[in-house]
Design a protein around this ligand. Structure first.
Ligand code: GDG
Length: 465
């Protein structure tokens, strides 16, 4: 049986892969354990050139090798902070207004992809299957091919793929799509992402796409597919229940003094729609005085990428909005928004989800959004909370029994919140059941196995130039 090589920007630590409630790291590790193999990527450390070139550092866990390399400051700045997170991330989330483009960063992005590919070479065997993850590594297969690698290589994009008219704002858009065509299988979160890629292929690259999603472009043939990433819902349900009477939950409950609770958890990112969310909550307090003093929004938002300017700006804006709204509607014993700029343990989050009446998940664009799925799974089936979900999250295609909203329509979001907060038990139960069924039908194992099944179905002798 061929081994599996997983390549991602960051590699989970062996401890993270043993988390008790699923998570991507656990899902991917499951496949690695089954087949044996290597998880390769950046360690998260910025190191000297000598240390970087001495890597990869290897750590063995059974039949799985964790292989990590450090990045130099220059590589980190150009590849990670620059082109990946200041160009690709905003454009792929339809935020051209926040994107910047520097040729030197793009050159660094390609250089680091080639360097990483070269570092992987000594760990590769001829019949390994290679599964590459996410936007940091669009040119990774091309770099491996340049090293003479003919193995099957699949790619999964965790974030949206933008419509061609958005993508073409990135000056080297054609080179990037050409690089993607060096993979044998390219997986997307939703059919609209897949369609956007196909549109680019037919309209801009003059390629062909057939009914089986076989793509011919730039002298190559590949397949595309839709693989909606999931969670292990029953494990999350069990974890949320197990921790429901812990101190942190009791403390929160006591501090709410019978008020209803709306919960939101997101990395602090402008794609997650946090500012719009705070304003919609303000709208609720403004339009429905009966909720003033009777409902609290807890927003957990651990900071990420805080050395990228746009992330510093969104943080400032949110702090301003939280302060403004709280200034307007707080009482001596009431704070409407509890804005927590820190990371919480996973088991704590799941038990807080279970305690709340509403899960408020309103990204402006999101590949999937696992928080929405985790919120549903964490509910008590006898007395479940209601998910208010943006139609622009990939998860909206599956969680059809959520209250779906357009995050730009503050009045509409406010109506959905009112409806969620007052929804009768029967309706809550029935919506929860429908959503749980969807989560069980397409769990993390289904995502992983169907991608790997399709990758293995790629003919081994595919012509590769
Ligand atoms: C990308 C795509 C796609 C959040 N805060 C804490 C914490 N989290 C966990 C959540 C969830 C995960 O992080 C976030 O996943 P999301 O899917 O919601 O969003 P991204 O991080 O943007 O992920 C996204 C995903 O990749 C997978 O393909 O769905 O669209 O953007 O699991 O629970 N975990 C802990 N403490 C926190 O404070 N422990």
């Amino acid at each position: 049986m061929s081994r599996l090589i997983v390549v991602s920007n960051r590699v989970a630590t062996p401890t993270e892969t043993k988390g008790s409630a699923g998570g991507l790291a656990v899902g991917v590790f499951g496949a690695l354990k089954e087949k044996g193999g290597v998880w390769f990527g950046w360690s998260g450390d910025v190191v000297s050139e000598t240390v970087a070139n001495a890597g990869p550092t290897l750590e063995q866990d059974g039949n799985v090798t964790f292989a990590t390399v450090g990045l130099t400051r220059k590589d980190y700045d150009q590849y990670y902070r620059g082109f990946s997170n200041a160009t690709l991330w905003p454009v792929f989330h339809y935020r051209n207004d926040l994107a910047c483009y520097e040729r030197i960063e793009y050159a660094g992005y390609r250089r680091v992809n080639a360097w990483l590919a070269h570092r992987l070479m000594k760990l590769l065997k001829p019949d390994d299957d290679i599964w590459v993850h996410d936007y940091h590594l669009l040119p990774f297969a091309e770099a491996l091919r340049a090293e003479g690698v003919t193995n099957r290589i699949g790619f999964f994009l965790h974030i949206p793929f933008p419509a061609p008219q958005i993508l073409i704002n990135i000056p080297p858009h054609e080179e990037l799509v050409k690089s993607l065509c060096c993979y044998d299988l390219v997986g997307f979160q939703t059919t609209s992402d897949q369609t956007a890629f196909h549109d680019y292929i037919t309209r801009h690259a003059h390629g062909k796409v057939d009914q089986d999603n076989r793509v011919e472009a730039f002298g190559r043939t590949l397949r595309t597919g839709v693989y909606r990433i999931g969670i292990f819902p029953d494990e999350i349900a069990e974890q949320a229940k197990r921790y429901e009477s812990r101190q942190h939950v009791l403390e929160l409950k006591q501090s709410l003094e019978g008020r209803k609770l709306i919960m939101s958890v997101d990395r602090l990112d402008y794609s997650k729609g946090l500012v719009e969310r705070f304003r919609a909550f303000e709208h609720l307090l403004e339009r429905s005085p009966e909720w003033r003093g009777n409902v609290t929004l807890v927003q957990i938002a651990p900071p990420t990428r805080s050395d990228v300017v746009t992330y510093q700006q969104i943080r400032q804006e949110l702090e301003y909005e939280a302060g403004r709204i709280n200034g307007k509607y707080s009482g001596l014993d009431y704070t409407p928004i509890r804005y927590l700029n820190q990371r919480y343990d996973r088991w704590k989050l799941m038990s807080l989800f279970r305690e709340s009446q509403v899960g408020f998940v309103t990204p402006l664009h999101d590949g999937m959004n696992l928080v929405a799925k985790e919120y549903v799974a964490a509910q008590n089936p006898d007395d479940p909370g209601v998910l208010v979900l943006s139609t622009f999250a990939g998860a909206a295609a599956e969680l059809t029994a959520a209250l779906l909203v357009n995050p730009h329509d503050s009045a509409g979001v406010c109506e959905a919140l009112q409806r969620a907060l007052s929804m009768p038990l029967d309706e809550r139960r029935s919506r929860h059941e429908t959503n749980m069924d969807a989560l069980r039908r397409n769990d993390l194992g289904v995502w992983r196995d169907s991608f790997l099944h399709d990758l293995q179905a790629v003919p081994a002798s595919r012509s590769r130039t």
